[in-house]
Design a protein around this ligand. Structure first.
Ligand SMILES: *Cc1c(COP(=O)(O)O)cnc(C)c1O
Length: 369
């Protein structure tokens, strides 16, 4: 048996529906902005349960523009978690602002108890991440922000289709960002991103900013950028949205099988699941003793396991000027040595999960001999 990590060849093996709409797009020539992209923006806003969605070229752009829309600028500080994807910090740095890291908890989410002591006079916002498609304690984070008169910008790039007590990621912060990178729960054939907000004025500004600051063809209100979602991708996303809930259900079913068995193995730690939340399982992660050897063993047995990520953000070379060092964030640093991501995507079934479990058990049994 082979347990592939990459589901894209399967997902896009039948493109009939997409090609049909691409033909419509091609005959309309609406290649920039246009009705296909606007339709998708409307549908996505509805799906998430927000007033406005503005589609961008990438999730990273969505983060940068979201931060900029709230006035984050040079020398401001923005608090985020040290165990995220690079773009959470990179977007802050792109505006000349300073990423201030906070440790994560044993669910791999920003530890909200560490946030308050990271706040200074320069803090402009908190940028919590829905890491792996699970969610941090958003209600608590929103209340910390309110008490300190700063903003919340959610990095919900992995969180499309997740729920916190029935509420979607990307509905808690003032302005929030999503990604449709091929490995996210709603994905396109390349790059894509979205910004969501309930604020009319900010939505208007973002709409113009991502399109050169244009009022119309001859008039520019302020200098902007070109970060429009390609209508070709909007069509892919529109079709993806139809299948999203089914995909999340299937991933949750696979994850539950792993959770039930792996949580009984003493060399393995699976994060606690929160009863009223739904996770997307963009990544199914756990902590595994002797991780590197286990990973090699799994790969040898054709199970494509991965590590997200071996080096936390504060220990990256890119963070050098921020002057962090080993020991600053012990939870994330310890986890980085034991983290392993297992495939649970929608094209895998119970047999694949049982095969993964069997191999993990075998590895630890052989080791104990
Ligand atoms: C993927 C991801 C991003 C960046 O999105 P892109 O669309 O690849 O630019 C940002 N933050 C997190 C947490 C992500 O997972």
């Amino acid at each position: 048996m082979k347990v592939y990590y990459n589901y894209l060849p399967k997902q896009f093996s039948n493109t009939t529906e997409i090609f049909k709409d691409w033909k419509k797009l091609i005959s309309s020539s609406e290649f920039t902005l246009g009705s296909f992209m606007r339709d998708f923006e409307k549908k996505f806003a509805q799906y998430i349960g927000v007033k406005h969605c503005i589609a961008t070229n990438t999730g990273t752009d969505a983060l940068i523009i979201a931060l900029k829309s709230l006035g984050v600028k040079k020398n401001d500080e923005v608090i985020t978690v040290c165990n995220s994807f690079y773009a959470s910090a990179g977007a802050i740095a792109a505006l000349g602002a300073k990423p201030i890291f906070v440790d994560c908890d044993n669910r791999f989410q920003i530890d909200e108890k560490q946030i308050e002591k990271a706040i200074t006079k320069k803090t402009k916002a908190i940028l919590p991440v829905h890491w792996a498609g699970a969610s941090p304690n958003m209600n608590k984070i929103v209340s910390i922000a309110k008490n300190n008169n700063i903003e919340v910008i959610e990095d919900a790039c992995m969180g499309i289709g997740a729920k916190i007590n029935g509420k979607s990621p990307g509905t808690f912060g003032k302005v929030n960002a999503f990604s449709m990178h091929p490995l996210k729960s709603l994905n396109v054939m390349g790059d894509g991103g979205m910004i969501t907000t309930n604020d009319d004025e900010i939505a208007q500004w973002i709409n113009k900013y991502r399109n050169h600051g244009m009022i119309d063809r001859d008039n520019i209100e302020f200098w902007g950028v070109n970060s429009r979602l390609q209508p070709l991708q909007a069509i892919v996303a529109m079709h993806g949205l139809k299948y999203l809930n089914r995909i999340i259900t299937k991933r949750n079913k696979n994850a539950k099988i792993l959770d039930d068995c792996l949580s009984k193995i003493k060399n393995v730690k699976i994060p606690r699941r929160i009863k009223n939340n739904i996770e997307t399982f963009s990544l199914y992660m756990g902590l595994f003793e002797d991780r590197d050897n286990l990973m090699n063993y799994l790969i040898k047995n054709k199970i494509e396991a991965k590590i997200h990520y071996p080096i936390p953000l504060h220990l990256q070379k890119a963070s050098k000027s921020l002057k962090y060092s080993i020991g600053n964030f012990p939870i994330a640093e310890q986890q980085a040595k034991k983290l392993l991501t297992l495939p649970v995507h929608q094209y895998l079934n119970t047999n694949h999960m049982l095969y993964i479990i069997k191999n993990i058990k075998e590895f630890y049994m052989n080791k104990a001999k």
